[in-house]
Design a protein around this ligand. Structure first.
Ligand SMILES: Nc1ncnc2c1ncn2[C@@H]1O[C@H](COP(=O)(O)OP(=O)(O)OP(=O)(O)O)[C@@H](O)[C@H]1O
Ligand SMILES: [Mg+2]
Length: 403
């Protein structure tokens, strides 16, 4: 009796095909045919299992290398079910079937059986009595063809993954170039405005109130200048790292949002400890807070509520500060939660660029911290809470030196 060769066995292992994808399903309910076929296959180290007319279609949809079917076990109903499963195969798949037919002359009954099995597609007919060698070599050929199909499937999957990775990288490269050129264009008028504000500030004829406003304008202009310079130099600029009072910085950012909060009549509950300090770059931490608060203000309904909390915290045994940004907006649907930190993911149409949380994630990681989201969507009350942890013992707080 022919045994599956060692090389075949090695190939099979190399392909690492899971059990259910290489098994041979045997449907031969009459007599001892099923048992004998299985014994033959097992001796050749081919995984197999006996099936029944009711279960075969379901078992095939769960995965199979091939199926050996005794023709007399098929009827119109079982062929229809089988054909419907086979029609649903993905484009790479064309399951080979081996049909054991009865020998003899062509009669109207055999012609009818031919018509019956037509919908089954990729079928090899073996006339009984079949010699064991013939059956074995037919099964091996069918499996070989099936394994080729799996290779095509894996190749198609890898291609799709590589294309997706490339698409993302290209998107990021385009974004990088675009932001750098925008930053460059903004820089020139910005310098002019900064100079004008400075000249005005030093005008002794201006009332004190006007000078206060100018001082605030100067601070905001400094921030914009810092952001454009950072963008232009791809974070190369040695921005100053210092011990930051997180609570005070957070209160400052909230001040900038006061008009938007008032417009929506948002009830803001602040619970901000102003003693916590962490090492970091103030401009970047301000950006983290501004993006998260901006998202909450976008999400919260008219007369809605927001809660912002800042307190000492721990994460994985490290000391630091935990800042929570909560709102009673519509929440984030579960299906998109894994995507919101990706660049360019936005549900806000033309108003959103989808870069806010991507920047948050990057800057939090730059400070050795972490950011998580919890949300309830679809049932009342809906809410979202973003939680940021910034460690107090972060050492790599030197400026990033990536090109
Ligand atoms: N607090 C929140 N409540 C509900 N959905 C939110 C909240 N924060 C973020 N999201 C969802 O996450 C998506 C991505 O947010 P992200 O800040 O990255 O981009 P964006 O706000 O759409 O655009 P922008 O670049 O202007 O910030 C949002 O479009 C929104 O669907
Ligand atoms: Mg945003």
């Amino acid at each position: 009796m022919q045994r599956q060769s060692d090389t075949d066995e090695q190939k099979l292992r190399a392909l690492e095909i899971p059990f259910h994808e290489r098994r041979v399903l045997v449907l031969a309910p009459l007599g001892r045919d099923g048992c004998l076929i299985c014994r033959l296959l097992e001796r050749a180290q081919i995984v197999c299992g006996i099936s029944t007319p009711d279960r075969l279609a379901d078992e095939i949809s769960n995965g199979a290398g091939t199926a050996i079917i005794a023709e007399e076990s098929l009827n119109v109903r079982s062929v229809e079910r089988l054909a419907s499963v086979l029609r649903q195969q993905p484009s790479w798949s064309d399951l080979p079937l081996i049909l054991l037919t009865a020998a003899g002359r062509v009669t109207s009954a055999t012609l009818q059986r031919n018509l019956l099995r037509e919908p089954l597609g990729n079928v090899l007919l073996l006339e009984r009595p079949v010699r064991p060698e013939t059956l074995l070599s037919s099964v091996q050929n069918a499996l070989r063809a099936r394994f080729r199909q799996y290779q095509v499937r894996d190749y198609v999957r890898q291609q799709a993954q590589a294309e997706e990775a490339l698409r993302r990288t290209e998107k990021l490269a385009v974004a990088g170039r675009l932001t750098a050129s925008i930053a460059h264009e903004i820089n020139n008028p910005l310098e002019a405005v900064t100079n004008i504000v400075w000249l005005l500030q030093n005008n002794p004829e201006l009332p004190v109130e006007a000078r206060d406003y100018l001082r605030m304008a100067q601070q905001e202009l400094d921030r914009v200048t810092h952001i454009t310079k950072q963008t232009l130099s791809f974070y190369r600029e040695p921005s100053q790292s210092a011990q930051i009072n997180v609570g005070e910085l957070l209160n400052g950012v909230l001040g900038v949002f006061s008009a938007r909060l008032q417009n929506k009549d948002v009830r803001l509950q602040r619970d901000i400890d102003t003693t916590c300090k962490v090492p970091g770059r103030p401009g970047e931490i301000r950006q983290i807070f501004a993006n998260l608060i901006s998202n909450s203000v976008d999400a919260v309904p008219q007369h809605g509520a927001m809660r912002i909390r800042c307190a000492p915290g721990h994460s994985r045994g490290r000391r630091g500060v935990r800042i929570l940004f909560g709102d009673n907006g519509p929440g984030i649907p579960y299906a998109i939660r894994s995507k919101i930190f990706e660049a360019f993911f936005s549900t806000k149409g033309a108003v959103g660029t989808g870069l806010g949380l991507w920047v948050v994630k990057d800057l939090v990681a730059k400070h050795g911290g972490s950011v998580q989201v919890r949300s309830r969507n679809g049932s009342t009350p809906s809410w979202t809470v973003f939680s940021v942890f910034l460690p107090a013992d972060f050492e790599a707080s030197q400026p990033r030196s990536t090109p």
